[in-house]
Ligand binder design. Structure first.
Ligand code: ZN
Length: 660
């Protein structure tokens, strides 16, 4: 490869960020605002570097994308301390350990993707990945405690600062925490010197210092959110002070001011969240206000639990006391995420991302400047550019293998933004994947459900179908019509009849075209089905075709049905992507079948630690030996595959890479 490779772009990004940091430190004493603007530019450079690096590394190795995600690594000296803290958290906060680790020591690697998804939808994901805010809260709580202990104000300040520094070191000095600690230090120093320090200067120092000792911090999402979020906080307070009428006072003023700050902060971080999580939350300002007081009490409590880790009885007591607060925090995320149209699906192109980045900086400038017209005009122009930029997804088909635990739910999004859903997950008296997962997932992304396909009657495929039918009202459904079925299947059929949904038995040879996407039904046919006892042998098998791109959807098809397909239509089995049948069970995915399909990627929908022992290691090995990249929902959460009719791009947890 000649010229500027993606890797050197990443290196250049890190160097650019370092240069920006040095420049801003030089500028600091005279022009703090310039320093802060440079810092925000470094955020932009870091995001660019991040994108180039992820894509390059994943394309080169085509391994699991999580390896490619740049993550902050603590300096070797601090790593053991951080490990000790992590162990203590696991010991006392068992069920919530993942969440508490994120909140206390900025360690998000064991965080359930579903939880992170929920917080992103509610617009409060920064509360999970930034410990900057948390350090500030802990510091405030310690200050109150020290003052209550009758320590003189100055002594309390210095003692508090020392404790905060100790805390930041113990948790491995993640960049957002360093940012916060430096800013708290700057405030203590300026109070001691009785000099007024601009908050922009404090931000420039706080954001710049982590870059100096680890330049690649610029590509860390936590650092990016922390810096842009705090810049928005300063700008939001400034504009609230100027814009809110004087007549507004007391708690009303407080709430109005918090809401202003929250709106500015949500706006300033929206392009970052859209880039990393593929969505923009519209409920974010409200969710932030609701979550704020909860986290203000929860955070010091969790910290107390960690500080008392050496005294098991006390630590357990504190952990138990924090339980209702953790639930309340989670409830805010849950409520925010379940509001219809709470989030806009966004897949920003480079152009729109840059335009929105410019708009953000311009809005912040308009907030703090008395001459707000020009930056406001620039912001408007940038937003207009973003809005009218050619939509990148207009010719793209997406396949979403939604993580529904043990079961299947595969949603195909057409170029016109409509959906075809293959199966609706598990459903029984206690849990209904249709209600809890699938309907919110489709609703949050918008677009009508054009067709529901039920591959067979088992409860882990037809379970959520009744809910999906009554909530999304698709005009048509198709299924094998295999006599004898589960209760949930009967309920789905009854619901379809009630709603006058057009019903059609799926038959081999059917070709359904939805918005240019061809769905070719390969199985079953009625003669074959009549001889079967097992519903798995009569699964609907569909080949999705769009341009030259293909995917085979197999439901829970077993070896008998695979044999039948090999005899009947061997030429139609070849596909780029394979939905591995029966959650990776040994009953399907025979060697002959796999040789006919020859997939480059194999997608497995399966729950972690399920009672069936799915997926079978031998089947996984077989897929890999046949050259397929294996992606499993139990390991990766929801998997998204996109195609423009030529190649495929895969996406997991916001990380995208091209399938080769
Ligand atoms: Zn199944």
């Amino acid at each position: 490869m000649t010229g500027l490779s993606a890797d050197s772009v990443a290196a250049a990004a890190a160097r650019g960020a370092l240069a920006a940091a040095v420049a801003l430190v030089a500028l600091l004493t005279r022009r703090p605002v310039v320093g802060a603007v440079l810092l925000l530019a470094a955020v932009g450079v870091g995001v660019g570097g991040n994108a180039a690096r992820v894509d390059h590394e994943c394309m080169a190795r085509e391994r699991l994308p999580f390896r490619c995600r740049p993550r902050y690594e603590p300096p070797a000296l601090l790593a053991p301390w951080r490990d000790h803290a992590a162990e203590a958290i696991d010991r006392y906060f068992a069920g919530d350990a993942g969440l508490v680790r994120a909140l206390l020591i900025a360690d998000t690697k064991d965080l359930d993707p579903e939880i992170r998804d929920r917080y992103a939808a509610a617009g409060i994901v920064h509360m999970l990945s930034i410990s900057g805010l948390h350090v500030a809260i802990v510091s405030g709580a310690m200050l109150l405690l020290l003052q209550a202990a009758r320590l003189p104000a100055a002594a309390a300040r210095w003692a508090g600062l020392s404790l905060v520094l100790l805390y930041v070191l113990i948790i491995g000095a993640p960049p957002p925490a360093v940012r916060s600690a430096v800013m708290i230090g700057a405030r203590a120093v300026s109070l001691a010197l009785q000099r007024n320090t601009s908050p922009w200067a404090a931000l420039a120092w706080g954001g710049g210092i982590p870059l100096l000792y680890q330049p690649r911090t610029a590509v860390d999402l936590g650092w990016q959110l922390s810096v842009s979020g705090f810049a928005a906080l300063i700008a939001g307070r400034d504009v609230a002070e100027r814009v809110l009428p004087r007549s507004l006072d007391g708690w009303r003023r407080k709430i109005a001011s918090e809401l202003t700050v929250s709106v500015v902060a949500s706006f300033a971080t929206a392009p970052l969240v859209a880039w990393h999580f593929g969505r923009v939350s519209l409920v974010a300002p409200f969710a932030n206000i609701a979550a704020g007081p909860v986290i203000a009490v929860l955070q010091p409590t969790l910290f107390l639990g960690l500080a008392l880790a050496w005294w098991p009885a006390a630590a357990s007591l504190v952990a138990a006391a924090s339980y209702p607060m953790v639930r309340a925090f989670d409830l805010v995320a849950l409520a925010g995420a379940s509001v219809p149209w709470a989030t806009l699906h966004a897949a920003p192109s480079l152009l729109t991302a840059v335009a929105l980045g410019v708009a953000c900086v311009a809005v912040l400038a308009a907030c703090v400047s008395h001459f707000w017209e020009r930056p406001a005009l620039l912001a408007l122009a940038a937003v207009t550019t973003a809005a009218f930029a050619p939509a990148p997804s207009s010719t793209v088909v997406e396949v979403h293998m939604i993580d529904v635990g043990q079961g299947d739910a595969i949603a195909v999004r057409t170029p016109r933004g409509r959906w075809v859903l293959f199966d609706a997950g598990r459903g029984d008296a206690k849990r209904d994947a249709g209600r809890s997962t699938i309907v919110p997932y489709l609703r949050s992304r918008g677009g009508a459900l054009a067709l529901l396909v039920i591959t067979h009657a088992d409860a882990d495929h037809a379970g959520g179908a009744a809910t999906v039918l009554s909530s999304m009202r698709p005009p048509a459904m198709t299924e094998p019509g295999f006599a004898s079925g589960t209760d949930t299947y009967a309920r789905a059929l009854a619901t379809a009849r009630q709603l006058h949904t057009a019903w059609r038995r799926a038959r081999a040879g059917d070709v359904i075209v939805v918005d240019g996407v061809t769905l070719r039904v390969l199985a079953p046919d009625s003669a074959w089905m009549a001889a079967q006892q097992n519903p798995n042998s009569a699964c609907v098998v569909v080949r999705l075709e769009y341009g030259g791109a293909t995917m085979l959807l197999t439901g829970d098809a077993d070896a008998a049905e695979e044999r039948w397909l090999l005899d009947r239509s061997p030429a139609l089995l070849g596909a780029d992507l394979l939905k591995v049948s029966h959650h990776g069970s040994a009953s399907g995915t025979s060697v002959e079948f796999l040789e006919a399909v020859a997939p480059r990627a194999a997608l497995v929908s399966v729950a972690a630690r399920n009672v069936y022992g799915h997926p079978i290691p031998a089947v996984m090995r077989r897929l890999i030996e046949h050259g397929a990249t294996v992606l499993r929902t139990d390991q990766l959460g929801t998997i998204v595959a996109r195609t423009d009719g030529a190649g495929w791009t895969l996406e997991v947890a916001g990380v995208r890479w091209r399938l080769r």
